[in-house]
Ligand binder design. Structure first.
Ligand code: GLA
Length: 381
């Protein structure tokens, strides 16, 4: 079938600023040249009919349907985007088309990418003009309120705002951001995406549990200091000064203190990382990425044995500036910033060493090389 419209919504990588967006922290990221393609036509009668090249079963619904019931399949994202947009706008026309993802799922925020693609498509069909920040907000609401993941806006922001070659630096509390050109002397790099071979859904991981632990840490600190507290859903580590953490950390249950430790140290790493990027210091940028991963392992306590294995292999590998779990770090993938001249040897070393430990992932393990790109957009075919 011939389609009139085509949206490309990229996946994202986040070198620094992991697991802090839901606490209103500082994050950084790139949109990458792999992602989701959505081809579609507009339907006048409000029907939505979609096929996926990655998942079985067709999805069909109506834009005026008020149901919030999840079905536990890929159609939930089609329904979630519609739900979030309908909260703000009346939808009359639907879409009919096909969606395809260009890499295996796990750690690159394919959920946010598909939600953004659907939001943009519904908006187009209904003559709704949205700013990039509105697209971010609507897609994020779909993921939190409909899909049920208590995440922040890191993924949506990278996907919507990304610009080729530039590092997105975003304060998720104020929503102020900068797209930063690399310093003149920044060493050449390519980004490797190393798939462990495991896939997962974040709703079923410890993701939401960790978010709750961060908020509880904030509550503990405020309570020890006899400060007013807010309902947990309005409580964020960002609102608790570092000094309060220093003064209370030894009294808190150790696991809550570790979550807070991750937050405060990641805040500093993002700031330093932005400076390293701007001043063209790839060595330092990479070193900070590794420190961020160490904190994810020891303070935030995410990462499966498979991901930790990949990280352990690459952390001292010649030609790797730095690397860390991608995204949530439950199963999924690891990213690495690599000297292009050493690509082959890096790929070979990681593959050999990983598959020696985990031969069962021979078929699903894989390394892909990606580059930064512009954010989600309509393209001319
Ligand atoms: C997932 C979430 C994001 C973010 C990252 C970890 O990708 O969707 O909001 O929390 O994990 O940094």
């Amino acid at each position: 079938m011939a389609y009139t419209y085509h949206i490309f919504a990229p996946y994202r990588v986040c070198p620094l600023g992991a697991h802090v967006d839901h606490q209103h922290g500082l994050v950084s990221g790139f949109a990458i040249d792999k992602g989701v393609d959505l081809w579609f036509n507009i339907t006048e009668d409000g029907s939505v009919r979609l096929k996926s090249r990655s998942f079985p079963g067709d999805v069909s619904l109506r834009v005026d349907d008020k149901t919030r019931v999840k079905e536990g399949n890929w159609g939930d994202y089609v329904r979630g985007a519609k739900y979030a947009l309908r909260k703000r706008f009346e939808l009359k026309r639907g879409i009919e088309g096909e969606i395809a993802g260009s890499l295996p799922i796990g750690g690159l925020s394919s959920s946010a990418a598909v939600l953004i693609a659907y939001v943009m498509a519904y908006a187009k069909a209904n003559d709704i003009t949205l700013t990039k920040m509105e697209i971010i907000k609507i897609a994020s609401e779909a993921e939190r309120e409909y899909i049920g993941l208590n995440n922040g806006i890191l993924d949506q922001a990278c996907i919507a705002l990304g610009e080729q070659g530039k590092l997105l630096f975003l304060d998720t509390a104020t929503e102020q951001y900068r797209l930063i050109e690399p310093g003149e002397d920044l060493a050449e790099y390519e980004i490797a995406i190393i798939f462990s071979g495991l896939t997962r859904s974040l709703v079923n991981s410890d993701y939401n549990l960790r978010v709750g632990e961060c908020k509880t840490a904030a509550w503990c600190m405020q309570a020890y200091k006899d400060q007013p507290i807010k309902p947990l859903d309005q409580t964020f580590l960002r609102d608790v000064p570092y000094e309060m953490y220093e003064a209370t950390k030894d009294r808190m249950p150790a696991r809550f203190a570790r979550r807070a430790e991750h937050f405060y140290t990641e805040y500093r790493r993002v700031r330093k990382g932005v400076t390293a990027w701007e001043s063209g210091n790839m060595e330092l940028f990479g070193q900070l990425i590794k420190e961020s991963c160490e904190s994810s392992i020891h303070n935030y306590e995410c990462g499966s044995p498979e991901l930790i294995k990949i990280y352990d292999i690459l952390k001292d590998l010649k030609g790797v500036y730095g690397g860390r779990f991608s995204g949530a770090g439950f199963k999924g993938a690891v990213i690495a910033f690599v000297d292009p001249k050493q690509k082959e040897s890096v790929e070979k070393a990681i593959t050999e060493q990983y598959l020696t430990t985990y031969p069962e992932y021979k078929k699903t393990f894989g390394i892909h090389w990606v580059h930064s790109t512009d954010g989600a957009r309509f393209t001319e075919e």
